[in-house]
Write a new protein. Structure first.
Length: 392
C-alpha cells in the first residue's frame, strides 16, 4: 500500500512556479504485476517455446495420445484392414499416424481448438487426405443463428473460406469446453498463464544472479587513511573493469581476489527474498503441471509425493488426462468421418494394449470372466468387444 508525504509550506519563501502535483509524492512498496498477453500466439510463445515445464507437459500429453493403440469396429466385428484404417495410418504425404495425432492433440492443448481439413475425394466420396490446420490462423464465421456457416483460414494477406453448409463438411472443429465462449475452446495454457509468468520471471531472476557472479557474494569497501574516503573516477572504473573481466561468470568461479591497500572484502549471502525465489519457481512449476493434468512426479519436480510410486502416477496420467482427451478426439472423428465410410463404424481406444493400464485391465478381465451369471456376449460387451459370429 502506498503512503503520501505532504510538503509543508514555509514562511518567508517567495512565490515559486511549480506543478500543482509537485507537493504530493506517492511512494509504493510494490508495483502492479506485469502479465504477458493472453492470445494464443503469445501463450504459445511464453508457455511452450520459452518454458520447459509447459513444453514438457504438452509434449508428454501429445506424444502419449499419438501412441495410444486404436481399433476400428462396428456392431458385428473388428476390422484389421479398412479404408479408414489406411487413411489414418497415412493421413497425408507429409505425416504418418503418430505425427498427425501429435499435431492434432498439440493444437488442442495449446489453443483449446483443433481443426482438421478433409482434402480431395475418391469416387466413393471418402477423403483422400487429412490435414491439421493451425488454430491461430483459423476463425469461425457464425451465421444468424449463431452456428458456424463457414471457417476462414488466413495466412498473411491471403484467406481461404471453407463452406460448412453442405452435408459433408470439409472442416472438423474439435474444441475444449469454454464457459464464456460460444465458438472457441479454453486452453490449459490460459489457465496456467499466471503460473507460467511467475516461472519465467523466476528463471530470469536466476539468470540475472548467474550473470552477477552466480550470487550476491559480497561488497568491496574502500577506507582511506582516516577510515573514510572515496575512490576517484579512474580508480572506480579500473576496479569495476577488473572485477568484470577476472572475477565474474562461471569460468571465474573460485578465483582468489587480490585487493590493494585500502580495500576490504565484506562477504554476503543470499537474502531471504533470493532464497524464496527457488520455492516460488517450484510452486509455479507444480501449478503448470496441475493445469495440464500431468502428475508433477512424472516431470521430476521436487517436493511432490502425491502418488506412492511412478507407476501409479503414470496410470493416473493416462486415466485422467490422455484417455479422456483421446476419447473426445475419436468421438469427434467418428461423427465426422463415419458417415463417409459406414454409418455404424467406430474408432476406439484399445485399452487392453495400453501398457499403463495393464494391471487394472487384467483385474477387470478376471472379474468379468468369473461372472458365471453373464452370457458370453454380455461379457464381451462389458469389455468393449463385438459379439462372436453365430452366438445367440
Amino acid at each position: 500500500m502506498g503512503f503520501k508525504l505532504f510538503r509543508t509550506a514555509q514562511s518567508g519563501v517567495g512565490e515559486v512556479k511549480a506543478s500543482a502535483t509537485a507537493a504530493v509524492v506517492e511512494l509504493h512498496g510494490a508495483g502492479r504485476a506485469a502479465w504477458s498477453a493472453r492470445d494464443a500466439t503469445s501463450l504459445t510463445r511464453t508457455g511452450f517455446l520459452q518454458n520447459p515445464v509447459g513444453f514438457r507437459c504438452v509434449k508428454m500429453i501429445a506424444e502419449a495420445a499419438a501412441a495410444v493403440p486404436m481399433v476400428v469396429q462396428d456392431a458385428e466385428r473388428r476390422y484389421e484392414t479398412h479404408p479408414i484404417v489406411k487413411l489414418l495410418e497415412q493421413p497425408n504425404p507429409g505425416q504418418g499416424r503418430s505425427a498427425w495425432f501429435e499435431a492434432l492433440c498439440g493444437q488442442l492443448i495449446l489453443t483449446g481448438d483443433a481443426y482438421v481439413e478433409a482434402a480431395g475425394e475418391t469416387t466413393t466420396g471418402t477423403p483422400v487426405e487429412l490435414h491439421v490446420l493451425r488454430s491461430d490462423r483459423m476463425s469461425v464465421v457464425p451465421g444468424g443463428d449463431g452456428w458456424p456457416v463457414a471457417y476462414e483460414y488466413k495466412v498473411g494477406a491471403r484467406k481461404h473460406r471453407f463452406d460448412m453448409l453442405g452435408d459433408l463438411t470439409p472442416i472438423l472443429h474439435i474444441r475444449n469446453f469454454h464457459p464464456q465462449d460460444d465458438h472457441y475452446g479454453l486452453s490449459p495454457m490460459q489457465a496456467a498463464a499466471g503460473a507460467v509468468d511467475v516461472h519465467n520471471a523466476a528463471a530470469s531472476w536466476t539468470k540475472a544472479l548467474l550473470d552477477n557472479a552466480a550470487r550476491p557474494s559480497g561488497a568491496i569497501v574502500y577506507k582511506g587513511a582516516d577510515g573514510y574516503g572515496q575512490l576517484g573516477s579512474d580508480q572506480y572504473s579500473r576496479l569495476r573493469d577488473e572485477l568484470e573481466a577476472n572475477h565474474q561468470g562461471a569460468r571465474n568461479a573460485g578465483r582468489p581476489m587480490l585487493l590493494e591497500g585500502g580495500l576490504d572484502w565484506k562477504p554476503m549471502g543470499f537474502s531471504p527474498s533470493d532464497m524464496e525465489f527457488h520455492k516460488t519457481k517450484d510452486g509455479a512449476a507444480r501449478e503448470i503441471a496441475l493445469a495440464f493434468g500431468v502428475p508433477p512426479m512424472l516431470l521430476g519436480l521436487p517436493g511432490d509425493n502425491t502418488y506412492a510410486n511412478y507407476q501409479e502416477a503414470n496410470r493416473a496420467f493416462y486415466r485422467l488426462t490422455v484417455l479422456p482427451m483421446m476419447g473426445r478426439v475419436l468421438a469427434a472423428l467418428n461423427g465426422w468421418l463415419s458417415p463417409r465410410f459406414a454409418p455404424d463404424l467406430r474408432m476406439m481406444v484399445d485399452q487392453d494394449n495400453v501398457h499403463a493400464l495393464a494391471t487394472e485391465r487384467e483385474a477387470q478381465w478376471r472379474r468379468v470372466s468369473n461372472a458365471e451369471f453373464l452370457a458370453v456376449d454380455e461379457k464381451r460387451a462389458m469389455l468393449g468387444l463385438p459379439p462372436l459370429p453365430g452366438e445367440a
